[in-house]
Design a binder for this molecule. Structure first.
Ligand SMILES: NC(=O)C1=CN([C@@H]2O[C@H](COP(=O)(O)OP(=O)(O)OC[C@H]3O[C@@H](n4cnc5c(N)ncnc54)[C@H](OP(=O)(O)O)[C@@H]3O)[C@@H](O)[C@H]2O)C=CC1
Ligand SMILES: O=C(O)[C@@H]1CCC=N1
Length: 276
């Protein structure tokens, strides 16, 4: 029988994890999801077939969702994670594995707000899980058995690549793959704007940028794909692409991207300090 799953705070990220799991064939009847407000509840129910409980209508929604759950995904904002742990801790099965998707909240911060020995996994997923193309870093607390960790890894693996990483690397994972989809969307926005500057209609420029980023992403989705080799395949000697890459290099675009990622990782470390 499949593990019973609970999703507490089923917004953008937990919703993507949930949709990825459902798309990979998991029985929706084994899943209960909670939301705080009711505006997206009906759509979530209709789309996924899971049981949806709404906090604004039932103060016990989270408690009901976890009472027979084997794996509990915490999907609220970082600032709400420890309060959510306090809320649910006595309703959890002692063996239930808590899986946080929150940036910056450490395993020990969660463990302080749960009963001793409750297994805790810290994960950093990303929203492309929703379309079966996610990337996830997971780190296990000391109470997590090898079987329990494997069960969590398998849930994510149905809709993305999964790497078990030391918890000390989670801020870096967050800065690369957690936030990374936004960097790629930003690139698509910048390409569309560049197309408009070159005289294309905005709708055409956006469509060309969108299809190009999506197509390049599809080529990269092969686990053996090498980004540098793929780039060279587009870059004719003394051709047009070469001039664009040279202009990027002149402006040190790689360093600019590294600065952005470092700023994201630094913000995660700062949030940890703020909320510890
Ligand atoms: N968005 C992303 O790409 C990524 C996000 N994350 C992490 O995911 C977490 C959630 O972020 P995100 O999904 O973007 O945020 P969202 O605001 O989209 O989702 C949070 C959800 O939690 C609900 N909620 C808040 N408090 C409670 C509660 N006490 N009980 C039940 N539901 C509650 C909110 O409901 P309501 O709207 O009604 O308040 C909302 O639906 C964060 O900790 C973030 O660090 C990690 C990786 C990537
Ligand atoms: O922006 C954030 O804080 C979250 C964590 C990683 C992606 N989104």
């Amino acid at each position: 029988m499949e593990n019973k799953l609970a999703f507490l705070g089923t917004g953008s990220m937990n919703g993507a994890v949930l949709r990825g799991i459902i798309a990979s064939g998991y029985d929706p009847q084994a899943i209960t999801a909670t939301l705080r407000s009711d505006d997206k509840a009906e759509a979530l129910r209709a789309e996924t077939g899971v049981t949806v409980l709404i906090g604004a209508q039932d103060p016990e929604a989270n408690l009901k969702a976890v009472q027979d759950a084997d794996i509990v995904f915490l999907g609220v904002k970082p600032v709400g994670i420890t309060a959510l742990c306090d809320e649910i801790k006595d309703a959890l099965k002692p063996t239930a594995v808590i899986v946080s998707v929150a940036a910056a909240i450490t395993i020990s911060m969660m463990a302080e707000h749960l009963n001793p020995g409750q297994p805790v996994v810290r994960s950093m997923p990303n929203t492309p899980l929703k379309v079966g193309a996610g990337a996830v870093g997971v780190s296990a607390g000391e109470s997590v058995s090898a079987d329990a960790l494997e069960a969590v890894v398998q849930l994510f693996a149905g809709s993305g690549v999964v790497h078990v990483v030391p918890e000390s690397q989670q801020d870096a994972v967050s800065a690369i793959s957690g936030s990374g989809p936004a960097y790629v969307f930003y690139l698509a926005e910048a390409m569309a704007a560049a197309g408009v500057e070159l005289g294309l209609e905005p709708a055409l420029a956006t469509d060309l940028a969108r299809a190009t980023v999506a197509g390049a992403g599809k080529m990269l989705s092969d686990a053996q794909a090498d980004p540098s080799a793929l780039r060279r395949g587009v870059t004719s000697p003394n051709g047009t692409t070469e001039r664009a890459i040279a202009a990027f290099d002149e402006t040190n675009l790689s360093q600019i991207i590294a600065r952005g990622a470092a700023a994201a990782a630094a913000r995660a470390a700062a949030i940890t300090k703020e909320l510890a």
